[in-house]
Design a protein around this ligand. Structure first.
Ligand SMILES: *Cc1c(COP(=O)(O)O)cnc(C)c1O
Length: 407
């Protein structure tokens, strides 16, 4: 779909990279768009809307509570804030200054990533432990649970855990250590859907807070996410994200999330006020979430397979490519297309081909993470069946266009 932004004069593109934020994240189902449009046209109490979201999120995740955030990164920010402040409004006002507060988050060195900035933005300090020998090729081990245990002290606010298929130690082992020390585990599961059963998996393993992205495979708005987990922590996170311009007599926070009697007064605007969530995001996320759990991974993969199969069929005859279908790239059986560029004398490299595809009109974006080893990946999650033909035509045209002569 490339024509929808014409009225703004902005060129849309064909996204074979996947639901990445930089390319606009997921493409919304009409039902999600309708929910957002309906919300956009009415006034609604945001806290009440969050209480409704809480019921839905708790139902599908098995968590005590959940809220809609402005993305998984925002969920990590308000979740980390909640781990540091609890329900203390004085501490909430003080962030990101953490003087006198627990502010350390223990993290396995192999799990450090660009998104942990969110925890630091809230005032958290990351305490890295262990060595990722298995990843550097220098050994076989990663951080072990006893190393996490040894790093927990008086200043520890929580453990930050990045959930990936190959994350070590296993979450359950980290939870055991955390329980012993009575500190919460905050899980970044932003990109771990599908499989749909991952909505429950980390909560079942004992995580205290879990962050999911709404704009990836959930099919929600790009600026939406979920934070779910223990009620007190989720409530503390919500308080730091809401607009709280109330005199105390008028303030009735949703009982499903916050017990007003536990607070000495109405907290000031918190650190999460800068990542506020609009009614459109909440309505869109809830609708997308219900659609996601109402469907199945198999059904979604079947739809993706149609696009993948036509891409494979159209790209395979092209000279200079070796095309293969990856039947199950993880994520609940997602199919992909891997295109290896056969480099011959005077032919394009994979990276040059990706660059050329991007500079066409419409621009075509493929996943070039592995371009340096000659492979481009085409991910179907943001593609419609009609996109296969223009993609294949663009590959054909660029492969046929000679390289400029070098001096
Ligand atoms: C995508 C991603 C995020 C950020 O998610 P948003 O919803 O875009 O804020 C955080 N952590 C990981 C591991 C991710 O892949």
């Amino acid at each position: 779909m490339t024509d929808r932004l014409d009225h703004l004069g902005i060129p849309a593109l064909i996204n074979a990279t996947g639901t990445v934020t930089r390319l606009g994240a997921s493409r919304l189902d009409p039902e999600v768009i309708a929910a957002m449009a309906a919300a956009a046209q009415c006034s609604v109490d945001i806290a009440e809307l969050q209480a409704h979201a809480c019921k839905v999120i708790a139902g599908v995740t098995g968590a005590e509570a959940g809220i809609v955030t402005a993305g998984a990164s925002a969920a990590l920010l308000v979740g980390a804030a909640a781990c540091m402040t609890g329900l203390d409004p004085v501490k909430m006002s003080q962030l990101p200054d953490t003087t006198g507060m627990r502010n350390e988050f223990v993290i396995c060195r192999s799990q450090r990533n660009s998104y942990d900035h969110a925890v630091r933005a809230a005032g958290g300090r990351l305490v890295e432990v262990g060595l990722p020998d298995r990843l550097t090729g220098c050994g076989v081990r990663d951080t072990e649970a006893w190393e996490i245990a040894a790093a927990i002290g008086e200043r520890t606010a929580g453990i930050l855990y990045l959930a990936r298929d190959d994350s070590r130690p296993e979450l359950a082992a980290v939870v055991r250590v955390a329980r012993q020390a009575n500190v919460p585990v905050l899980v970044d599961a932003a990109a771990e859907l599908p499989p749909a059963h991952n909505l429950r998996r980390f909560i079942e393993a004992g995580a205290d807070l879990v962050a999911f992205s709404g704009g990836k495979s959930l099919g929600g708005p790009s600026a939406s996410g979920i934070l779910c987990g223990r009620r007190r922590l989720v409530g503390a996170a919500l308080l730091q994200q809401l607009d709280l311009d109330y005199v105390s007599e008028d303030w009735e926070p949703p009982v499903a999330l916050v017990d007003k009697r536990e607070l000495p007064g109405v907290p000031r605007h918190g650190i999460g006020r800068s990542c506020k969530v609009g009614k459109e995001q909440i309505a869109g996320l809830i609708t997308a979430l219900l659609r996601f759990v109402g469907g199945s991974d198999e059904e979604r993969n079947e739809r993706h397979r149609i696009v993948v199969d036509s891409l494979v069929e159209m790209l395979t005859p092209l000279r200079g490519l070796r095309v293969s279908k990856i039947e199950d790239a993880g994520h609940g059986g997602l199919p992909l297309v891997a295109v290896t560029v056969i480099v011959a004398k005077g032919s394009l490299s994979a990276r040059q081909l990706a660059t050329r595809l991007r500079s066409r009109t419409p621009s075509i974006h493929v996943d070039s993470t592995n371009a340096d080893i000659g492979t481009l990946i085409l991910t179907p999650t943001c593609l419609a069946p009609v996109d296969a033909q223009p993609i294949a035509a663009a590959f054909a045209a660029e492969l046929a266009r000679p390289l400029p002569l070098h001096a």
